[in-house]
Design a binder for this molecule. Structure first.
Ligand SMILES: Nc1ncnc2c1ncn2[C@@H]1O[C@H](COP(=O)(O)OP(=O)(O)OP(=O)(O)O)[C@@H](O)[C@H]1O
Ligand SMILES: [Mg+2]
Length: 430
C-alpha cells in the first residue's frame, strides 16, 4: 500500500486513491484570460481534492502570477486575507494549473475541529489513511504505523504540491506539520490559505486584496452583475449603484455574492438602501456552501471566535475609526482593562486579517474593512464599554487636534465635548 501510494505520487497511477478528483468531463471555467490554461489541468490524472471551478474566476490574473512566482522561491506560501476574499478559489486555480506538471493534493481543513487530525486529513486525501502490511514490504511495522512517516515518504518521492486550505483555526498544528514535511522533503512545496500566517521560517505570505471596484467595469461589479442576472435575468443594473454597493461591501466576493442573491426580490437601489444593516440583509446563502459562508455575520464571526480576549476588546474599542487609526490612537482609546498592550493586540488583529496595514508619509495606519468595523460596533453595543470608549476617543481627538498640522501655526479647536459621536467620525492625520 505504501509503495502504491508512493507510485501514485510519482504520477504512475491513474488517480490519487480516495480523492474527489476533478471530473474529466467538466473542464474548469475561469475568467477570459485564464481560459486556455485549463483543459489539461482539469483532466489531470494526478490531482486529489481539486474541484472544478463552479463559475468564472474574476480579476485574479495578477494575484495568480504573483503567488506562482512566490512558489518558485519559497517552500511554503500562505495566501492570507479576511473571510470571503477568495483565498480558496485562488488556491484551487493554482492547484489546477500546477497539476499539469506535478502531483497536487488539496486538503480542506475547515471541517476539522482538532489539530490532532491534520495528518490524518492529509493522509486521507492522499489515500494513505489505512495501511496493510503486505509480505515483502521493506518498511518495519513500527514505521508503517507512524502516519507522519508515511506522509513524509509519500511526499518526498518527486516534486509535488500540497495545498492546505483554511488553516486558521488549527494554525499551530498545521504550522508544525508543514514545517516537518518540508524539512523532510526538498521536493515538496506547500500552498496554504488562511486568515492568519503560520509564522514558520519556510513561509512567504501573500495578502490577497478584495476585488477592484470601478463604475466603468471591474471584477467586483462584474461579479455582482453576473450573479444578479443568474437569479433574475431581467434585473436593471445601474453601473453607479452597482459600484456603490460593491464599495459598501469592501469588494469582498462573498459579500457581493450574498448581496446579489437578494436581487431575486429587490432592486439594486433597495439593497443599497438596506445595507446600513448589512448583517440582517446578507443572510441568504448558497445551500451547498459551508455554514460560515451562508451569512455575512457568520463569515466574520468565524474569525472573531479565533481571537484572544485582548484582541476582541481592541477590535470593539477601535471600530469607531472608519478611516483607520495610528498606534498612538490605539493606545489612547483601547489600552485599559483587558488590553494591557494595545500594540500587541493590534499586531494580533493584523495577523488574523482583521486589520490591514498601510504605510503613509505620516507613518503606519491600521484599517478595518467596513464589514469588520460594523461587526465591532455590534459587539461594542452589546457590552458596557461604550461610554468609556467614547470618552477615550474624545481624549485622543483633543490630543490630536492640539498638535499643529504641518504648514499651520495653530492647533485646531475641538467643539465642546458631546456625549455621543457618530459612528462615521473620520479623524485622520492632516
Ligand atoms: N475572483 C473571484 N471570482 C469569482 N468568484 C469569486 C472570486 N473570489 C471568490 N469568489 C467567490 O466568493 C466566495 C468566497 O470565496 P472563497 O471561499 O475562496 O473565500 P475565502 O477567502 O477562502 O473565505 P474563507 O476565509 O471563509 O475560507 C465563493 O463563492 C467564491 O466562488
Ligand atoms: Mg477559504
Amino acid at each position: 500500500m505504501v509503495d502504491l501510494n508512493t507510485a501514485i505520487l510519482k504520477g504512475e497511477s491513474p488517480r490519487f486513491a480516495s480523492a474527489p478528483a476533478v471530473d474529466a468531463e467538466t473542464p474548469a471555467r475561469t475568467h477570459r484570460a485564464l481560459e486556455p490554461e485549463h483543459g489539461a489541468a482539469a483532466t489531470s490524472p494526478r490531482s486529489a481534492g481539486l474541484r472544478a471551478a463552479p463559475n468564472a474566476l474574476l480579476g485574479r490574473e495578477a494575484d495568480l502570477a504573483e503567488v506562482e512566482r512566490l512558489m518558485t522561491d519559497a517552500r511554503v506560501v500562505t495566501v492570507l486575507g479576511p473571510g470571503g476574499t477568495g483565498k480558496t478559489r485562488l488556491a484551487h486555480e493554482i492547484g489546477l494549473r500546477a497539476a499539469r506538471e506535478i502531483p497536487v493534493a488539496l486538503v480542506e481543513l475547515a471541517p476539522l475541529r482538532s489539530g490532532a487530525d491534520v495528518v490524518a486529513a492529509i493522509s486521507s486525501v492522499l489515500g494513505i489513511g489505512e495501511v496493510e502490511l503486505t509480505p515483502g514490504t521493506v518498511l518495519t511495522r513500527a514505521r508503517v504505523h507512524d502516519a507522519r512517516d508515511r506522509l513524509r515518504e509519500a511526499l518526498s518521492s518527486r516534486p509535488s504540491l500540497l495545498i492546505v486550505d483554511n488553516c486558521e483555526h488549527l494554525i499551530d498544528d498545521v504550522a508544525e506539520v508543514v514545517a516537518d514535511l518540508v524539512a523532510a522533503s526538498g521536493q515538496l512545496t506547500v500552498l496554504a490559505t488562511s486568515r492568519a500566517p503560520m509564522a514558520i521560517t519556510a513561509e512567504a505570505v501573500y495578502p490577497l486584496s478584495p476585488l477592484d471596484i470601478a463604475e466603468s467595469g471591474s471584477p467586483a461589479t462584474e461579479l455582482f452583475s453576473i450573479r444578479a442576472k443568474a437569479v433574475r435575468p431581467s434585473v436593471r443594473l445601474d453601473p453607479a449603484e452597482v459600484a456603490r454597493l460593491c464599495r459598501t461591501l469592501d469588494g469582498l466576493p462573498l459579500a457581493i455574492e450574498l448581496a446579489a442573491a437578494r436581487v431575486r426580490t429587490m432592486t439594486v437601489e433597495d439593497i443599497n438602501a438596506r445595507l446600513t444593516d448589512r448583517f440582517t440583509l446578507l443572510r441568504s446563502g448558497d445551500r451547498t456552501s459551508p455554514h460560515r459562508h451562508r451569512t455575512l455575520y457568520a463569515v466574520i464571526e468565524w474569525s472573531w471566535n479565533l481571537l484572544e480576549p485582548d484582541q476582541r476588546a481592541a477590535l470593539r474599542r477601535l471600530c469607531r475609526f472608519p478611516a483607520g487609526f495610528t498606534l498612538d490612537a490605539a493606545v489612547t482609546v483601547a489600552q485599559w482593562g483587558e488590553v494591557a498592550d494595545a500594540a500587541f493586540a493590534v499586531e494580533g488583529l493584523v495577523a488574523q486579517s482583521m486589520l490591514t496595514v498601510v504605510e503613509e508619509r505620516a507613518g503606519l495606519r491600521y484599517l478595518m474593512l467596513e464589514t469588520v468595523r460594523e461587526f465591532g460596533e455590534e459587539q461594542l453595543a452589546r457590552g458596557d464599554e461604550e461610554v468609556v470608549v467614547l470618552d477615550r476617543t474624545f481624549d485622543w481627538a483633543e490630543q490630536f487636534c492640539a498638535v499643529p498640522c504641518a504648514g499651520s501655526s495653530t492647533a485646531t479647536r475641538l467643539p465642546s465635548r458631546a456625549r455621543s459621536i457618530p459612528s462615521t467620525t473620520t479623524c485622520s492625520p492632516c
